[in-house]
Design a protein around this ligand. Structure first.
Ligand code: ATP
Ligand code: ZN
Length: 225
């Protein structure tokens, strides 16, 4: 990558967190010229490089110290933390700010015709999800013997396809669940976007730059309240 004196920030390339993360960077004074296809974007007024990747890659990039900062949803961050913990990899980072966008919840939903009486109704069932570690933690905390079936997409069609009995997926309005004949039963995790920093000290110049951002982020969020 480019010059290590430049602050490296990972953001989602394209998806639900991209526009808000870029808008926030612009609002705190980072001038960006983003070309759609490129992995890297340089700030034109500050020593900053943006690394534009899939959101799934952001926790690892921060925890491995490949980038200095990252904008990520807490759901993805927590999932990757649990995954890294399970495989003995480092999972340290610092949360600098919880942000005011990317709000959603990770919930268990079942088909409308499922007679749901509480978590014990999941005993022996298969639950499709993109977040197996968060889901298995929930099963363990609730002493339910159920299995997580990992799917990276189309989770909401799994029950109809006969692949699972229920799902555990991100919900914001609930419209997708409704459209797929599913009802939300258990909220297992509440999430918002966060700004995280890699573990360890940043070099002085980078630390200075980050310290100028934080009050500006607070100001931008207060102005929206
Ligand atoms: P990528 O291609 O980067 O892997 P993705 O398909 O995993 O993208 P998106 O659907 O863009 O991810 O969601 C990114 C993040 O946005 C989620 O992990 C979550 O933190 C947040 N989010 C907010 N609202 C929702 C929602 N209704 N559904 C899904 N994610 C949401
Ligand atoms: Zn993703």
């Amino acid at each position: 990558m480019s010059d290590s004196n430049r602050l490296r920030i990972a953001i989602q390339k394209s998806g639900r967190l991209s526009d808000d993360s870029i808008a926030l960077l612009k609002a705190i004074g980072v001038k960006l010229q983003i070309r759609d296809r490129l992995l890297i974007a340089h700030a034109t007024n500050l020593p900053i490089d943006l690394l534009r990747v899939r959101d799934d890659d952001i926790p690892g990039l921060v925890m491995d110290g490949v980038v200095d900062l990252g904008f990520i949803g807490e759901n993805e961050l927590e999932e990757k933390m649990l995954e890294r913990q399970a495989s003995g990899k480092k999972f340290e980072f610092k949360t600098l700010r919880r942000l005011d966008y990317g709000g959603c919840r990770l919930s268990i939903a079942v088909p409308n015709e499922f007679d749901y009486q509480g978590v014990q109704s999941l005993e022996g069932k298969k639950v499709a999800t993109t977040y197996p570690f968060l889901l298995e933690r929930f099963f363990k905390e609730n002493s339910v013997n159920a299995s997580a079936v990992m799917l990276t997409g189309s989770v909401e069609v799994a029950p109809r396809a006969g692949v699972a009995d229920a799902i555990c997926d991100l919900v914001s309005t609930g419209a997708t669940l409704e459209a797929n004949g599913l009802k939300e039963e258990e909220e297992i995790f509440q999430s918002k976007a966060v700004l995280i920093q890699r573990a360890g000290e940043l070099p002085e110049a980078k630390a200075q730059l980050v310290s100028t951002f934080l009050p500006r982020i607070d100001g931008v969020m207060q102005a929206k309240e």
